[in-house]
Design a protein around this ligand. Structure first.
Ligand code: UD1
Length: 420
């Protein structure tokens, strides 16, 4: 079994360049299914989730090939299949994003229900509600959703009970080829939604309001190919900022859009971390110990749920007690037990976790239970005294491009190793 092994307590120093955003690249790959023309992407992050999304559309009949050093060339001419296999949907929930584009372009799609996952039940009711409102007939049998649109989908007004990122993206893609105008009320406003809207618009679509709670999509007859560069990954950037701060380091984070990170930067500043925009990046500097701070996860522009676990690692050694409240997912404290194994003092009360700081973490064998929990353990391992061995690192490979190489470059003693 491959593991990440960290010898802790090195102060991170130097420069690190952030890769393209995982959560932005997955929907734009799905959106290539909206056109028969070729789409090109520059600088795609090397992540297993990206490989899975390429496998999904490849299985449907799209041609996917390299473009330049790190890019992709995708052409979804005539597809042979409208049903991704269970293996992919099981592996990655975002596979469900093919539903909107396939339904809009071919009038039919069958997708397995993504099922539960470690961080909560994560239903897809809002995706289905949106497609049904646009005129699709939806049935669920044998764990599979079948959506059929006998006529072209029709624009309508859709209110989301929660600003779901995936539902907003799926509905936007379906609406892009629908007849008339669709208005999504209480839409998600994450930067990845704006990136998808920019991609659809560059393909000839008409999306306005992306990034706000009301997104309007005027359907068009057809979309054409486009060459696109995805935005930098704000979660990877935030993870490196926290790692720098938690080790009392001094790191310049390059290829980052600071306003995507406002909530994380506000909380780091409250903890006593110094951040300045420098050389087109953000320089993060910290003297330990940091201050305790309370955080509460919320849809964007609130504090991202995808940064909660990593921030909690930092809080384990802060001065005083911090309250961490998770409001987006119902079961996203899987990392707590692992952090406790490293000596953290954390008590969970429902959706809240109280982190009593000033605990010196000690290295231990721990297990990544999901992607961001894995990143939290990497940060904890960097902070801890002694050796930490993180297993189940396939979770980390889903969303962090070469995390070991990038941290080594900053002076961390970190390697990938085969262990028993
Ligand atoms: C996306 C991100 C993920 C991030 C999450 C929240 C991608 C590939 N993944 O996931 O990294 O953690 O946003 O910022 O972009 N919900 C429903 N019904 C639905 C859909 C969602 O009840 O039909 C609930 C979910 O169970 C969850 C909440 O809404 O509690 C947020 O989920 P959502 O925003 O849809 O997350 P994803 O798009 O799956």
């Amino acid at each position: 079994m491959e593991a990440i092994v960290i010898q802790g307590q090195s102060r991170l120093q130097g420069r690190v360049s952030i890769s393209g955003s995982k959560n932005a690249v997955l929907p734009v790959i799905a959106a290539c299914l909206l056109t028969e023309e070729e789409c090109l992407f520059d600088d795609i992050p090397r992540l297993t989730d990206v490989d899975t999304m390429c496998d999904v559309i490849g299985e449907l009949g799209a041609s996917v090939s390299p473009h330049g050093v790190k890019g992709l060339r995708i052409k979804s001419g005539s597809l042979k299949n409208i049903e991704p296999s269970y293996e992919y949907v099981r592996r990655m929930r975002a596979s469900f994003l093919v539903m909107g584009p396939l339904l809009a372009r071919f009038g039919r799609v069958k997708v397995y229900l993504p099922g539960g996952c470690a961080i909560g039940a994560r239903p897809i009711d809002l995706h289905l509600k949106g497609m049904a409102a646009m005129g699709a007939e939806i049935s669920v049998n044998n764990g599979k959703v079948e959506a059929v649109a006998k006529k072209r989908l029709k624009g309508t007004s859709i209110y989301l009970d929660f600003p779901s990122v995936g539902a907003t993206e799926n509905i936007m893609m379906a609406a892009a080829l629908a007849e008339g105008t669709t208005v999504i009320e209480n839409a998600a406003g994450e930067p990845e939604i704006v990136d998808l809207a920019n991609f659809i618009n560059a393909m000839g679509g008409r999306v306005t309001g992306a990034g706000t709670r009301v997104v309007k999509i005027e359907g068009v007859e057809e979309l054409h190919g486009h060459r696109h560069s995805v935005i930098p990954d704000r979660v990877e950037a935030g993870t490196f900022m926290i790692a720098a701060a938690a080790t009392g380091g001094d790191v310049l984070i390059e290829n980052v859009i600071p306003h995507h990170l406002k909530a994380v930067m506000a909380k780091l500043a409250e903890a006593g971390v110094q951040m300045v925009e420098e050389d087109g990046g953000i320089r993060v500097k910290a003297d330990l110990p940091l201050n305790a701070v309370d955080i509460k996860t919320l849809p964007y522009p609130g504090f991202p749920t995808d940064m909660q676990a990593q921030f909690m690692s930092l809080l384990t050694s802060a001065k005083g007690s911090s309250m961490v409240t998770e409001t987006v997912f119902e079961n996203r404290f899987m990392h707590v037990n692992e952090l406790k194994r490293m000596g953290a003092n954390i008590v969970i009360e429902g959706h809240c976790a109280v982190v009593k700081g000033q605990k010196k973490l000690t290295g231990a064998p721990v297990k990544a239970t999901d992607l961001r929990a894995g990143a939290a353990l990497v940060i904890a391992g960097l902070m801890a005294e002694g050796k930490t061995t993180i297993s189940c690192i396939h979770h980390i490979d889903r969303g962090y491009e070469d995390i070991v190489g990038k941290l080594s470059h900053l002076g961390a003693k970190i390697t990938r190793q085969e262990v028993e």
